[in-house]
Structure formats: structure tokens, C-alpha cells
Design a protein around this ligand. Structure first.
Ligand SMILES: CC(C)(COP(=O)(O)OP(=O)(O)OC[C@H]1O[C@@H](n2cnc3c(N)ncnc32)[C@H](O)[C@@H]1OP(=O)(O)O)[C@@H](O)C(=O)NCCC(=O)NCCS
Length: 184
């Protein structure tokens, strides 16, 4: 992670992150608790997803959505990411990452969406959410083999954001990038 990434507190629940100025918590989206309508990140598709589809997709077993809130306003969504199971072709990995892997689809977790509220951007929350998603994926590997974290960048600017964390371009003709998680 980038040097500014916060470190998880060992004295709080695993989903809480401490910074000197506030306590940040990542929790599963709960429509009755979190103000989805108040969220706007500058990308309408990501706002609409959170408002209209995220909870529905969770109920349907399509994806889970995790929201970032702070202790001063637990209903206000500062940012969110969503995760689902995925796979990619071995040939979509860069050559160096294919070594010693069998010629099977590569098990992956897709972070299908990542967004930070416009009013909360450029404060390190995107960084916190990426770090949190990666930590969650690493934690899952004890029970379920997963080799990479996959993201679909909306545009080149977003792809640059991900590359700074070590995400690599897939060979697919898309804006998909992956972060190797290594063997368990
Ligand atoms: C991209 C986004 C999630 C970043 O969140 P953020 O909280 O503003 O980012 P942070 O403050 O944690 O910044 C982390 C780093 O990313 C850089 N960064 C921030 N926004 C960026 C962007 N749009 N493109 C490229 N880099 C970006 C910051 O400069 C910072 O780099 P540094 O640590 O070297 O200074 C946020 O701008 C957003 O939600 N944008 C709209 C939706 C979107 O584009 N989502 C991307 C997924 S497709």
C-alpha cells in the first residue's frame, strides 16, 4: 500500500481503522442504517449502483457492498467498495504471473466498484478502502483459494489510481487490472 495507508488497530474490531483525527469503520451496507441517497462521488453510475442495486445484489448473492463511515456520523457514507467472486483466464495474467500455474481459470475476487464521496475525496479514504479490500481478500484465502484481486477501471484516470497500488493490466482488451495476492 502507499506509505500513507492507515494501519489496522489491534485493539478494535478487525473492521475498524484508526487515524489520529477520527475512527473509521468499514461495515457491510445496511439500507436502514446508511444514507445511500446522500452519496455522490462524481460518477453517476457508481452513485446509482449504491442507491438502487447494491442491497438488491447482496440479497441475490451477486456481490457484497462495504461502506466506510466515521464515528462522528455513522449514517453518512464516505465511500464504498463491492466484492464478488470472479475468475480470469490464465492468459489474461502477465507472463511473469503465469509461471507455475496450471492452465485453469485463475480464481479471483472482483472489486467491481470503488468510490469515495466527492466531499470526502483526496483525504486518503480511497487508500483506506483499497487497503481494506486487500486485507479482506488476504483473510479469505485461508478458506477459499483466490489468486488475484480484479478491478474494472471506469477510465484511464482510475486505472492510474489502481496502478499506483501495484495493480497490473490484464491482457484482455478491457480496463481490467489485477493485483497478485500470491499463494496462501
Ligand atoms: C478514485 C477515488 C476512489 C480516489 O479516492 P480518494 O479518497 O479521493 O483518494 P485518496 O485521497 O485516498 O488518494 C490516494 C491516492 O490516489 C490519488 N488519486 C486520487 N484520485 C485519483 C484519481 N481519480 N486518479 C488517479 N489518482 C487519484 C491521490 O493523489 C493519492 O495519491 P498519493 O497518495 O500519491 O498522494 C475517488 O476519487 C472517486 O471515488 N472517484 C470517482 C469514482 C471513481 O473514479 N472510481 C474509481 C474506480 S472505477
Amino acid at each position: 500500500m502507499r506509505p500513507s495507508s492507515p494501519t489496522p488497530s489491534s485493539t478494535r474490531p478487525s473492521l475498524a481503522w484508526c487515524r489520529p483525527d477520527l475512527v473509521l469503520v468499514v461495515e457491510q451496507l445496511r439500507p436502514k442504517r446508511h444514507d445511500r441517497d446522500g452519496f455522490a462521488c462524481g460518477e453517476p453510475t457508481l452513485d446509482t449502483y449504491l442507491r438502487q442495486q447494491a442491497a438488491q445484489h447482496h440479497r441475490a448473492g451477486i456481490s457484497t457492498t462495504h461502506v466506510l463511515v466515521d464515528d462522528t456520523g455513522p449514517a453518512r457514507i464516505l465511500g464504498y467498495y463491492s466484492l464478488s467472486a470472479a475468475q480470469l483466464l490464465l492468459t489474461e495474467l502477465q507472463e511473469a504471473d503465469r509461471k507455475r500455474l496450471p492452465n485453469y481459470p485463475v480464481p479471483a475476487i472482483r472489486m467491481g466498484r470503488l468510490a469515495v464521496s466527492t466531499s470526502a475525496q483526496v483525504k486518503g479514504h480511497g487508500d483506506t478502502l483499497v487497503a481494506h479490500a486487500v486485507a479482506r481478500c488476504l483473510g479469505l484465502r485461508a478458506q477459499l483459494s483466490v489468486r488475484v484481486l480484479l478491478v474494472d477501471a471506469l477510465h484511464e484516470k482510475a486505472a492510474c489510481f489502481y496502478r499506483a497500488y501495484g495493480f497490473r493490466d490484464t491482457s484482455a482488451d478491457t480496463q481490467s487490472l489485477y493485483l497478485p495476492l500470491g499463494p496462501p
